[in-house]
Design a protein around this ligand. Structure first.
Ligand code: AR6
Length: 174
């Protein structure tokens, strides 16, 4: 079955779906940006649960319940810090998206939402990050048909324009 890809603008903590992805750091103990917003909206139990996960390496992902969020799960992934582009950043970012898709498949998550991982505090160039995000998600081969739908949640109009342009390009190329 074909994966459905959509773009939404807004706050990922407010999205009704099965899982939202968190752009975390290796401690998984919270931070600023989307990570801070997710922890605030999920409540203290999320931090308590995350302590038991014992961190996460860059490019990897781990799942938790969503607690007070509208989403049932949070998939925490750690994007690379942008260091100029020759420190394996692209492969690591791709691996974040692939590992989140794999966890969604394993947990039979139908609809999942991604923020633009690494493009805030971690400084990854937005257009390049969006290209990798879309290409990794499109290339994922699920064996059981999960996830069925991926939402790219853009926090700004600028991000929405980048994803819109790229998705137009990708679908025109098919
Ligand atoms: N909903 C959707 N997108 C958001 C939201 C939100 N509520 N808030 C921010 N964004 P960032 P990173 C966008 O900095 O670059 C944290 O401290 C934001 O505009 O949250 O991966 C972690 O603990 C940007 O496009 O994550 C790590 O230490 C995108 O989310 C570090 O930041 C990612 O920005 C991770 O940095």
């Amino acid at each position: 079955m074909k994966l459905d890809i959509k773009i939404l603008r807004g706050d990922i903590t407010q999205i009704h779906c099965d899982a939202i992805v968190n752009a975390a750091n290796e401690t998984l103990l919270g931070g600023g940006g989307v990570d801070g917003a997710i922890h605030r909206a999920a409540g203290k139990e999320l931090l308590e649960f995350c302590r038991k996960l014992k961190g996460c390496r860059t490019g990897q992902a781990k799942i938790s319940p969503g607690f007070d969020l509208k989403a049932k799960y949070v998939i925490h992934t750690v994007g690379p810090v942008w260091r100029g582009g020759d420190k394996n950043e692209q492969a690591l970012l791709r691996s974040c998206y692939q590992n989140c898709m794999k966890i969604a498949e394993e947990n039979k998550i139908a609809v999942m939402a991604f923020p633009a991982i690494s493009t805030g505090v971690y400084g990854y160039p937005k257009e390049q990050a969006a290209e990798t995000a879309i290409s990794a998600v499109n290339a994922y081969k699920s064996k059981n048909g999960f996830p069925r739908e991926v939402l790219f949640v853009c926090y700004s109009k600028g991000d929405e324009a980048i994803y819109g342009k790229l998705l137009g390009f990708f679908s025109a190329g098919k």
